[in-house]
Ligand binder design. Structure first.
Ligand SMILES: Nc1ncnc2c1ncn2[C@@H]1O[C@H](COP(=O)(O)OP(=O)(O)OP(=O)(O)O)[C@@H](O)[C@H]1O
Length: 303
């Protein structure tokens, strides 16, 4: 089943000459799966997630969450938790009070798990939210996001400021709790290699558009690297989309192309002395979202 449906969604901040954050974006998000929402800085991830959560109204297009228009919709709000670095809490409540009170907002709230995690991460019970460091705030928000067990759980860059040990613990906790209590999770991050093992689907947003949305296994096989003599590689690439190109020497070149070679073509290519190599999901993401074919190397070589 599909929990989130976006059709041709655009979002412009301000008046019609304002910033276009989403441009005709269409995507369907599967129920009970963890989807990574990946994109460069300013790609539109937060705008997309806030639109899905019902905090922002799209300028154009249709958004349906649990089959409803999510903008300020009570059913969507009741079934969604949105975690990001800007969360605010009543200033008179201590952290412990907030954990106790959270059950009033989240119908599946697991207070025991919240207390266990709170103690494991050594958060100070009697402190107030505004007294926490950046990493501690993120850890506290993460506990809320997990223990709320909302049918739609949205984490927008949840690990800001967390050290690497806490990040690992967070991913492990999220995965274990998700396996015990499946729900639809959207997780945006700049660290694709770190969260890849957690994800079932990868949704890449680039310049406000859906650049790629596939199961992780398909992204792992999305592209291949070819290293060989320029003339041979140029022939192979003739009618192919080249995602990345780097000269190795005067004679040799490395390119990344979509992995659509038939078995016969692979044998032929290898027979021509070309080395075929795998391309990581992180690199697929970088190549699909870079402005220049050769990346930073191109810029440095020209300077
Ligand atoms: N409140 C706002 N008013 C005007 N423009 C905005 C606003 N929020 C975001 N934008 C613009 O919309 C575009 C998309 O921003 P968004 O925050 O959705 O991207 P992002 O992918 O989450 O970025 P990052 O990874 O850097 O957090 C950017 O050009 C940004 O400058």
């Amino acid at each position: 089943m599909t929990v989130v449906r976006c059709e041709n969604v655009s979002k412009v901040y301000g008046n019609k000459n304002g910033t276009q954050a989403l441009t005709g974006l269409s995507v369907n998000i599967k129920e009970n799966a963890i989807t990574g929402v990946i994109g460069r800085n300013g790609a539109g991830k937060t705008t997309f997630l806030k639109t899905v959560a019902g905090f922002l109204r799209p300028t154009q297009g249709t958004v349906k969450v649990f089959a409803e228009n999510p903008f300020h919709h009570i059913k969507v709000a009741e079934n969604t938790v949105f975690i990001d670095g800007t969360m605010m809490f009543p200033p008179t409540l201590t952290l412990k009070d907030i954990l106790q009170e959270a059950g009033r907002f989240y119908k599946n709230w697991d207070v025991q798990l919240a207390e266990k995690l709170f103690s494991y991460f050594a958060l100070p019970c009697d402190k107030y939210h505004h007294q926490l460091s950046k990493g501690m705030k993120s850890t506290f928000h993460m506990i809320i996001g997990i223990c709320a067990r909302s049918p739609l759980t949205i984490f927008d860059e949840p690990t800001e400021g967390m050290d690497s040990a806490v990040r690992k613990d967070f991913y492990r906790t999220l995965l274990k709790d998700y396996l015990a209590h499946p729900r639809t999770i959207l997780l945006s991050s700049h660290h694709l290699n770190e969260i890849e093992d957690l994800l079932e689907e990868i949704f890449i947003i680039h310049q406000g558009e859906n650049r790629l949305h596939l199961p992780v296994d398909e992204v792992k096989n999305y592209a291949i690297g070819l290293t060989g003599e320029k003339k041979v590689i140029e022939r192979i690439c003739k009618n192919r989309e080249v995602l990345y190109k780097r000269e190795i020497s005067h004679q040799y070149i490395y390119v990344v192309v979509k992995n659509d070679l038939s078995n016969g073509e692979r044998v032929q290519v290898e027979g021509d002395g070309v080395k075929i190599s795998a391309v990581s999901t992180e690199d697929v993401f970088i190549y699909l979202t870079q402005q220049k074919e050769g990346g930073i190397d191109d810029v440095l070589e020209r300077s």
